[in-house]
Design a protein around this ligand. Structure first.
Ligand code: FRU
Length: 479
């Protein structure tokens, strides 16, 4: 990866060359995080889908490896997942890494491949396919369910808008147990890329099951997005806690899709990564040798709100703290009004940085946090204290005219109250905004023709107290 290439992110994973979409088959083994991805090795638009492969020991510095699966007689290699077969249930060998993915040829069928060298190379199974259906089904996602002593696989029945749940003793023979989704959540687009996991509820001993369901189109601001359902899973059936018409979004930006978690992650972590783009314009974004990056890795949890409903918390994986360089720009606390206060953003490394700030909006109606450069390009983040929303306006953010769907204002429900805590991660073509406690996250691409150099904070009226404004210039290993 070259820093001189326009817009090439510096602290987000990208393919060295060529097209990337969904993260795939992510697993952790022997201290290494493996990230495979939908990959076109021959060009920077969707096609020739293979599984590209990168590895990392810290989730933020990535090493490009050789692709592990390339199209074969059964078709292109669409999305899927990997597990580490610790008990050798499949008979390929103890600790074999087993991948199940969609072979996309004349129809979509599910195939198996396995690796006996820690995921460096994979061999396709001789009896593929292992699951067939007359419907369009894809993106198998697996995990070991200890209570029932079975492997569980969730498959997206894309046009049915259902997630089909299978079980298996050996990863080769699968039995369909149930189906979830008819009439639930957002039903506008196709359902893709599921993930089912059990998460602890913050501050309690309780655990709940979360079913991630990526949809396209139908996202809250158009195109691709990730919704989720919270409920229970008994080894066969997922039951949702909320009424069918409730829709919960994982991320309130336009560039967060195909989100799935690492299998076999240490310390019971549920760490996810998203494809940081949107099918509306992914093939047209103004990058050159490659297209698309992943989001930062994020750790998921749950919290319970007053009415007894559960929502996801999403926080940047703690490994991202290691990106902070030695120097910090500590702007402390101050008060702002309508005229606003401007602070410098770092110039080193194309301005890549993390920004932390606390707000006490006091008498302000809205608080604007504006990132801008001398060319007049700007992205405006707004806390609206009247309707408790957080917004990001990228309509004047830089290059926007490559797609009519790109200029947008995205909105998230902000936590109640006048006090807010925000963490921003700014890379060369993305902004990820996290509520300090993980209660919302918003991921948007932006293509400023020069890095943003100024951060200014102002109110629409009244005053706002800003606390602990700290800018951390980020540093990455040279890759
Ligand atoms: C989601 C998706 C998956 C499919 C893959 C193909 O973005 O459409 O459903 O497996 O991309 O590249």
């Amino acid at each position: 990866a070259s820093n001189s290439e326009a817009f090439r992110p510096l602290f987000h994973h990208t393919p060295r060359y060529g097209w990337m979409n969904d993260p795939n088959g992510m697993f952790y083994k022997d201290g290494v995080y493996h990230l495979c991805f939908q990959y076109n090795p021959y060009g920077s638009m969707w096609g020739n889908l293979s599984w590209g492969h990168s590895t990392s020991t810290d989730l933020v510095n990535w090493k490009a490896e050789e692709p592990v699966l390339v199209p074969d007689g059964l078709g292109m290699i669409f999305s899927g997942s990997c597990v580490v077969d610790k008990e050798n249930t499949a008979g390929f060998g103890k600790d074999a890494v087993v991948a199940i993915y969609t072979s996309a040829g004349a129809s979509q069928i599910q195939s198996l491949a396995y690796s006996l060298d820690n995921g460096r190379t994979f061999k396709t199974y001789e009896n593929n396919p292992i699951i067939t259906s007359d419907k369009e089904c894809r993106d198998p996602n697996m995990f070991w369910h200890a209570e029932s002593g079975r492997w569980i696989l969730v498959l997206a029945a894309a046009l049915e808008r259902e997630m089909w749940i299978y079980s298996s003793p050996d990863l080769k023979n699968w039995k369909k147990e149930s189906s979830f989704g008819r009439g639930y959540g957002c039903q506008e687009g196709v359902w893709e890329c599921p993930d089912l996991m059990q998460l602890p509820v913050r501050g309690t001993d309780e655990k709940k099951w979360v079913l991630i369901c990526n949809i396209n189109p139908g996202g809250p601001f158009g195109g691709s997005a990730a919704q989720y359902f919270v409920g229970d899973f008994d080894g066969k059936t997922f039951t949702c806690d909320t009424k069918p018409e409730v829709t919960k979004w994982m991320d309130y930006g336009k560039d967060h899709y195909a989100t799935v978690s690492w299998s076999n992650a240490p310390d019971d972590r549920h760490t996810v990564i998203a494809w940081m783009s949107n099918w509306q314009y992914a093939n047209n974004v103004p990058t050159k040798q490659y297209r698309s990056a992943n989001s930062l890795p994020r750790d998921l949890g749950l919290y319970k709100v007053g009415d007894g409903d559960y929502y996801l918390t999403t926080v940047p994986a703690p490994e991202t703290l290691a990106l902070r360089g030695k120097k910090t720009m500590d702007y402390g606390a101050f008060s702002v009004g309508k005229n606003g206060v401007a602070k410098k953003l770092p110039v080193a490394n194309n301005g890549i940085c993390e920004v932390n700030l606390e707000l006490d909006a006091r008498t302000a109606g809205k608080v604007n946090i504006t990132l801008s450069n001398l060319k007049g390009e700007q992205t405006v983040l707004t806390y609206n204290l009247t309707d408790n929303s957080f917004g990001m306006d990228r309509t004047r953010s830089g290059l926007t005219d490559f797609s009519k769907d790109f200029p947008a204002i995205t909105l998230a429900p902000a936590p109640q109250g006048r006090k807010q805590h925000l963490r921003l991660f700014i890379d060369r073509c993305s902004i990820e905004a996290f509520d300090g406690e993980g209660r919302f996250v918003m991921t948007n691409l932006v293509f400023p023709t020069e890095p943003y150099t100024t951060l200014s904070i102002s109110t629409d009226k009244g005053r706002c107290r800003v606390g602990n404004l700290t800018v951390y210039p980020l540093e990455v290993e040279n890759n």
